[in-house]
Design a protein around this ligand. Structure first.
Ligand SMILES: [Zn+2]
Ligand SMILES: [Zn+2]
Length: 306
C-alpha cells in the first residue's frame, strides 16, 4: 500500500497556467494546464485548486493507490474557470472507495456548495456532482484558520475580482503560500473601494499590503501570480493579476525563501517565461538582495526539508 507518511514533504505542479489551457509546442517546458498544485505533507494529500491540471493528477493518484482508497483535501481559492474546470475530469471522484473533502469560501452572490455544483449541471456537463461515486464532502470555510489533518492552514482574501483566497500551509517541513491570482493593491478590487476617497483608497492599499506582507512573512515557498511583464501590466491594470516586479518586491518584503512565479499568461511561451525569470533575477540583484526565483513548471516537484 502506498505510504504517504514515508514520503518527504513535497509539492508537485500539475498546472501552472492562468486563464485558459494552452497545449502546444510553445508550452512544452512550463506546461499548458491551468492551476493545480499537489502537496504531500504530514500524512496528508492537499490539492490546491482544480484547474485542468487536476486531470493528470487524478490519473497519477489512481496508478499509485490502485485498489486502496484515496483520501485528500481540495482547497479552492476562487471560482474562476481556470481554477475549477478540471474537477469533472478528476478520475478519483468516480470511484466509491475515495474520499474528497472540498473546501473554499462563499462567493459574493453564491454559496460555495452551489459554486462547485453549478458547472456540472445540465446543459454544461452530462454528469451532476451528486452522481459522482466517491464521497465528496463539500463545505464552505467560515474561518480564516483551519487544519487539514496535521497541516495548519491560514487564509487571507487577496486583491482579485469577487472573492478570492490565498492560503498559507504550515507543514512540519516548512510553510508554503499559494496566491495564484492577486493584483498589486495599486488597483483595489474590493467592492468597498468604490466608496472611498482617493486618500482613503491609498490608505487602504497601504494597510492591505502591510497585512499581506505579514501573512506571507518568512514563507519557505511562495507561489504567486506574476501573469504579466511590467510593460504588459500597464495595459492590464484592474484585470486582477500581478506583474513580475510586483511579485518579486512582495516576496522580498516578506523575506520569502523561494518565489515561484505562477499563473502564466496564455500568450507567454517557454522562451518568454525564461526571459521573465531573467528579469526577476536581475531585479533581485539590483536590489542587492537574495531570493531564489523560478517560473513554476508543470511536472516539477519541489521537496521541502526541515
Ligand atoms: Zn486564474
Ligand atoms: Zn481568477
Amino acid at each position: 500500500m502506498p505510504s504517504v507518511s514515508a514520503s518527504p514533504t513535497r509539492l508537485k505542479f500539475w498546472g501552472t497556467r492562468g486563464s485558459i489551457s494552452v497545449p502546444g509546442q510553445g508550452t512544452l517546458r512550463y506546461g499548458g494546464n491551468t492551476t493545480c498544485v499537489e502537496l504531500r505533507a504530514d500524512d496528508e494529500i492537499i490539492v490546491l485548486d482544480a484547474g485542468s491540471g487536476i486531470r493528470p493528477l487524478g490519473l497519477a493518484l489512481e496508478k499509485e493507490f490502485k485498489s486502496q482508497p484515496i483520501k485528500l483535501s481540495l482547497l479552492i481559492t476562487h471560482a474562476h474557470w481556470d481554477h475549477i474546470q478540471g474537477l469533472p475530469f478528476f478520475a478519483p471522484a468516480y470511484e466509491k472507495k475515495n474520499e474528497i473533502r472540498v473546501r473554499g469560501y462563499d462567493g459574493v452572490d453564491m454559496g460555495f456548495g452551489e459554486i462547485m455544483a453549478e458547472p456540472m449541471k445540465a446543459p454544461f456537463f452530462p454528469i451532476a456532482m451528486r452522481e459522482l461515486s466517491a464521497t465528496i464532502d463539500i463545505k464552505k470555510l467560515t474561518e480564516m484558520e483551519f487544519s487539514a489533518g496535521k497541516v495548519q492552514v491560514r487564509a487571507r482574501f487577496v486583491n482579485h475580482p469577487g472573492v478570492c483566497a490565498g492560503y498559507r500551509l504550515f507543514t512540519s517541513a516548512g510553510s508554503i503560500a499559494f496566491l495564484p491570482d492577486h493584483e498589486p493593491y495599486r488597483f483595489l478590487h474590493a467592492a468597498k473601494a468604490n466608496d472611498l476617497s482617493p486618500e482613503e483608497a491609498k490608505q487602504t492599499a497601504t494597510e492591505e499590503r502591510i497585512g499581506l506582507v505579514e501573512f506571507l512573512q518568512g514563507s519557505d515557498i511562495l507561489i504567486l501570480d506574476a501573469q504579466y511583464t511590467d510593460a504588459e501590466y500597464e495595459n492590464h491594470v484592474g484585470w486582477g493579476h500581478g506583474s513580475v516586479s510586483s511579485a518579486v518586491l512582495l516576496a522580498l518584503d516578506a523575506k520569502v525563501r523561494r518565489l515561484l512565479l505562477f499563473h502564466h499568461d496564455p500568450s507567454h511561451d517557454d522562451g518568454m517565461l525564461d526571459a521573465i525569470v531573467d528579469d526577476a533575477r536581475q531585479l533581485i540583484r539590483e536590489r542587492g538582495k537574495h531570493l531564489e526565483v523560478d517560473s513554476a513548471r508543470e511536472g516539477e516537484e519541489v521537496v521541502l526539508s526541515n
